[in-house]
Every structure is written in structure tokens, then in C-alpha cells.
Design a binder for this molecule. Structure first.
Ligand code: NAG
Ligand code: NAG
Ligand code: NAG
Ligand code: NAG
Ligand code: NAG
Ligand code: NAG
Length: 206
């Protein structure tokens, strides 16, 4: 009996003295409910989507890039995210992303202070970034993969959801394949029939 108690005590000590790789590294509301492997600081990653309806989808996926939507009268530029395949022109300008306490930034290397940042995204609408840093929203979280299948990259959550992303083919104002949050048949921007669900991965080149 005593031996058993001692063994349990020693095991507990061993666990407590190890830095837990699964300790939640964010206390922000943008990571609520996403478990112990949620974190909100990440640098120099790219984004990539994996078709979650295909059982054998590999974890590399299709890269995402910024898709410029023009400027409003006060000079604020808006961007969606599109597959690189459908919108190959911008990856040299915003080559990689930063996640900083809930804010997603598309690094503009010439002047990081004017990097486009993630804005509030409407349900059923395209995931949106703007050049107005004052409007950047704390809504993104990263979640390290703890699946027994080894080596899958971390996932991006928006509004604490990992499973609300789709790629949909644009119907108005362009031909891109856009990243949509909680796709709906009632948004005329894209063809709902073309949508398929995806997971968004953070990929690190190092
Ligand atoms: C990100 O990459 C850029 C360009 O290589 C580099 O200057 C910068 O130090 C990196 N930032 C971090 C936090 O690793
Ligand atoms: C970020 O992008 C720059 C410019 O393309 C590149 O030189 C750098 O290696 C990238 N950083 C990482 C960590 O991939
Ligand atoms: C994703 O999977 C669905 C069916 O599971 C398929 O219709 C669609 O073409 C796939 N998209 C890509 C880009 O592979
Ligand atoms: C992953 O899938 C993509 C799209 O089907 C393909 O282009 C790529 O080569 C695959 N990568 C690996 C490592 O198999
Ligand atoms: C952002 O806020 C600062 C300080 O309040 C202001 O000077 C600047 O004009 C604002 N930028 C935009 C694009 O609204
Ligand atoms: C997704 O949209 C539907 C309506 O189309 C809504 O009922 C549901 O709550 C939304 N889910 C999220 C996570 O926003």
C-alpha cells in the first residue's frame, strides 16, 4: 500500500516538474474552449488549406495568399484570402504571417507597422484583412495538433472555431477561390455549390 502511494507521489512529481508541452499558452478569449494546445504567438508562418472532406488529404495542402479588394475613400485597403493557385500575384508582397495575441497580420516586410491585419469577419462572408491597423480584431488562435497521427501542422481557429472554413469559388468581382467563414447559400459573392470544407494550417519553413 505504502509503496503504491509512494509510486503515485513520485509519478505526480515527475509530471509536475516537466514543462508541459500541452500547457495552454494563451489566456485570451480568442482561444477559449480550444484546449490545452491553444496558443496565440506565432511568427513567419504561411497559411495553407486542407480539404477536410477528402480522407487521404495530406497535411501540406493548398497555400493561401492575400487577395486585394481595393481601397475605400479614406485609403483603407481590404483583402480576402484566396488560394495561391487561383490568385498567384501577391505572395512576394506578403510572404508570411504573424499571430499576435489574437491578431493575424500579413507581414509587409518593407514596413511591418503597415502590415494588413485581420478584421471582423461576417458569418457567411470571406475572411477579411484590412490595412487599417486600428481595426485589427483579436479573433484568431493557433491550435497545435495532438492527433496520434504524427506531424500534422497546427490549425488556425477564427472566433474559436476550427471547423467553419470553406473554400468557395467567387461569383462576383473576380474568379478567385476564397476562404469563407461558415459558408452559406445566401451570400451572392460566391457559388455555394462550389464550396468544400477545409482546415487552415499554419506552416513553418524552419
Ligand atoms: C521573420 O522573418 C523575417 C525575414 O526573414 C526576419 O527578419 C524576422 O526576424 C523573423 N521574425 C521572427 C520573429 O522570427
Ligand atoms: C518570410 O518571408 C521572407 C520573404 O520572402 C523570407 O525571406 C523569409 O524566409 C520568410 N520567413 C520564414 C521564416 O519563412
Ligand atoms: C475537396 O473534396 C471534394 C469532395 O470530397 C471535392 O468535390 C473537391 O473537388 C475537393 N477539392 C479539392 C481542391 O481537391
Ligand atoms: C499534398 O497535396 C497537394 C495537393 O493535392 C500536392 O500538390 C502535394 O504535392 C502533396 N504533398 C505531399 C507532401 O504529398
Ligand atoms: C489610427 O489611430 C491613430 C491614433 O488614434 C490615428 O492617428 C490614425 O489616423 C488612425 N488610422 C486610421 C487609418 O484610421
Ligand atoms: C453559421 O451560420 C448559421 C446560419 O447560416 C448559424 O445558424 C450558425 O450559428 C453559424 N455558426 C457559427 C459558428 O457562426
Amino acid at each position: 500500500m505504502f509503496k503504491f502511494v509512494l509510486a503515485v507521489f513520485l509519478a505526480t512529481q515527475a509530471v509536475m516538474s516537466l514543462p508541459s508541452p500541452l500547457a495552454r499558452r494563451s489566456t485570451g478569449a480568442w482561444c477559449d474552449g480550444l484546449g490545452g494546445s491553444a496558443y496565440d504567438l506565432a511568427y513567419n508562418f504561411s497559411l495553407s488549406v486542407v480539404n477536410s472532406t477528402l480522407p487521404n488529404a495530406n497535411s501540406t495542402g493548398a497555400p493561401l495568399v492575400l487577395n486585394p479588394q481595393g481601397q475605400d475613400s479614406s485609403g483603407v485597403a481590404t483583402y480576402n484570402l484566396a488560394t495561391y493557385n487561383s490568385q498567384p500575384d501577391t505572395i512576394g508582397i506578403w510572404p508570411n504571417f504573424t499571430l499576435e495575441h489574437g491578431t493575424l497580420l500579413a507581414n509587409y516586410l518593407a514596413d511591418l507597422s503597415i502590415s494588413p491585419s485581420g478584421d471582423e469577419t461576417e458569418v457567411g462572408g470571406p475572411v477579411t484583412l484590412t490595412s487599417d491597423a486600428n481595426n485589427s480584431a483579436k479573433i484568431y488562435c493557433g491550435v497545435a495538433d495532438t492527433d496520434p497521427e504524427q506531424g500534422a501542422p497546427p490549425l488556425l481557429a477564427l472566433y474559436t472555431n476550427l471547423n467553419e472554413f470553406s473554400i468557395c469559388h467567387q461569383r462576383e468581382g473576380g474568379e478567385a477561390d476564397l476562404l469563407i467563414y461558415n459558408a452559406t447559400s445566401s451570400n451572392s459573392l460566391y457559388d455555394y455549390v462550389s464550396c468544400y470544407p477545409v482546415l487552415v494550417h499554419l506552416l513553418y519553413n524552419y
